[in-house]
Design a binder for this molecule. Structure first.
Ligand code: CA
Length: 223
C-alpha cells in the first residue's frame, strides 16, 4: 500500500512519514501543495493524507485539482474542528478527516478503514476486441483510429464496457448515464445507443454492441 503525505510542518511530516513506514506502508512525503499535487497526479497512490494549511497551494485547492482527474482516497488533516471546514472538505471529495492534534493510532485506524473501503482500482484502459477506452483521458479508439463521442455517448460506452458481457436494462442505463429515470420514455436510451453504434460499430465488420430483445443492451466481442 502506497501512501502520499502532504504536510508542510517539518516535525509532523517526518513523524507521519516514519510512522507509516514503520507500520508497513510505502510512504512519500511532500512539503508543499504544488509538490503534493504533482506527486498525486503522477503516481498511483492508494491514499493521500492531506494537510489543509499548506504554503503556495492549500489543501482545498490540491483536493479540488486532484478530483478533476483522480478518485484517490483522501484523508484531510484540519487544524480546527469547525463544521464549515469539515463540510467543505467532504463536499470537495475528501473521504475522511482528522483534527489536529491527533494520536498516531487513530490516524492508522482511519487509514486502514479507508483502504478497506476503497474500491478495486479499475484499469486505465478498458478493452473490448479492438475497441479501447482510455478512462483517464476520456479517449476512445477502435483499431487504432480515434472516435469522437459526446459526453453522454462516452458515459454510455464506458458503462457498457465496464460491465461487458452483462445485459444492461434501459432503466439501469438511464439511471446511470442520465442520473434520472426514464421509465416512461426509454426511447432516450435507444436513440443514444443508435448514435453510439453509428460511431463505434457501423464502420467496422465486427459488431460489439448487441440488443437483447425485451431486456436491454450489452457490449461484448462475438466470434
Ligand atoms: Ca500545515
Amino acid at each position: 500500500m502506497h501512501i502520499l503525505i502532504v504536510e508542510d510542518e517539518p516535525k509532523t511530516g517526518d513523524y507521519l512519514h516514519k510512522g507509516l513506514r514503520e507500520s508497513g506502508f510505502t510512504a512519500d512525503l511532500a512539503r508543499t501543495g504544488p509538490d503534493g499535487l504533482h506527486l498525486a497526479l503522477e503516481n498511483e497512490y492508494d491514499l493521500v493524507v492531506l494537510d489543509v494549511m499548506l504554503p503556495k497551494l492549500d489543501g482545498w485547492t490540491v483536493l479540488q485539482k486532484l478530483r478533476e482527474r483522480k478518485q484517490t482516497p483522501v484523508l484531510f488533516l484540519t487544524a480546527r474542528d469547525e463544521i464549515p471546514d469539515r463540510v467543505r472538505g467532504l463536499e470537495l471529495g475528501a473521504d475522511d478527516y482528522l483534527v489536529k492534534p491527533f494520536a498516531f493510532a487513530e490516524l492508522l485506524a482511519r487509514i486502514r478503514t479507508l483502504l478497506r473501503r476503497a474500491p478495486a482500482r479499475e484499469p486505465d484502459v478498458l478493452k473490448v476486441a479492438d475497441l479501447e477506452i482510455d478512462v483517464l483521458r476520456h479517449r476512445v479508439s477502435r483499431a487504432g483510429a480515434r472516435i469522437e463521442l459526446t459526453p453522454k455517448e462516452y458515459a454510455l460506452l464506458q458503462l457498457l464496457a465496464r460491465r461487458q458481457g452483462e445485459v444492461l436494462s434501459r432503466s439501469l442505463i438511464s439511471s446511470q448515464v442520465w442520473d434520472m429515470n426514464f421509465d416512461s420514455d426509454t426511447n432516450v436510451v435507444d436513440v443514444a445507443v443508435k448514435r453510439l453504434r453509428a460511431k463505434v460499430d457501423d464502420p467496422y465488420p465486427n459488431k460489439l454492441i448487441h440488443t437483447v430483445r425485451g431486456m436491454g443492451y450489452l457490449l461484448e466481442e462475438r466470434a
